[in-house]
Design a protein around this ligand. Sequence first.
Ligand SMILES: CC(C)(COP(=O)(O)OP(=O)(O)OC[C@H]1O[C@@H](n2cnc3c(N)ncnc32)[C@H](O)[C@@H]1OP(=O)(O)O)[C@@H](O)C(=O)NCCC(=O)NCCS
Length: 152
Amino acid sequence: MPDLVEKLTIKNMQPEDVDEVVAIEKQSFSDPWSKENFLAELDLPFSWVWVAKIKNQLTGYCCCWEIEGELQIANLAVHPKFRNQELGRKILQEILNRACQRKVKKVTLEVRESNQFGLKLYYAFGFTEIGRRKRYYQKPVEDGLILAKILE
Ligand SMILES: CC(C)(COP(=O)(O)OP(=O)(O)OC[C@H]1O[C@@H](n2cnc3c(N)ncnc32)[C@H](O)[C@@H]1OP(=O)(O)O)[C@@H](O)C(=O)NCCC(=O)NCCS
């Protein structure tokens, strides 16, 4: 396991984290969430909004929505400088651990069909494709794949 993963701490996102989160978001997605989108997430009772830090360096984040026993991963990204060092795996593992503790039955998400590293990450954790949303994404227009994992 790379050293970085051992140094990673995952905490609830705070308003003061949001500017850094938005900076990573803009480098990660062509249709990024805004600062207002993230601030709104912090107030939603069903939203898990986490940041992953190494000391004070924000290296990644995720937003999930837990609704009636199902969890949707709405957003997950790792800072470009820290990618391919297992931080994405660590964040996803933490999401699944918490989901198990909370007796979540099913975890879903949507991903661009061209997102090879996103797909690699999710398939490695046993997610499978359960559907496709035609031309769901903009900039560029692309199908979205709906992935799901059933939890025991
Ligand atoms: C998808 C993302 C979160 C993965 O985070 P990460 O920390 O780089 O991923 P990890 O290091 O944990 O690696 C996950 C898998 O992707 C592979 N991978 C990641 N980056 C890679 C690269 N540059 N080259 C080759 N493989 C790579 C890893 O080898 C690993 O595969 P494995 O399980 O078969 O070994 C990150 O690329 C990212 O933030 N992308 C932009 C936002 C995004 O697409 N989010 C997901 C959709 S919601």
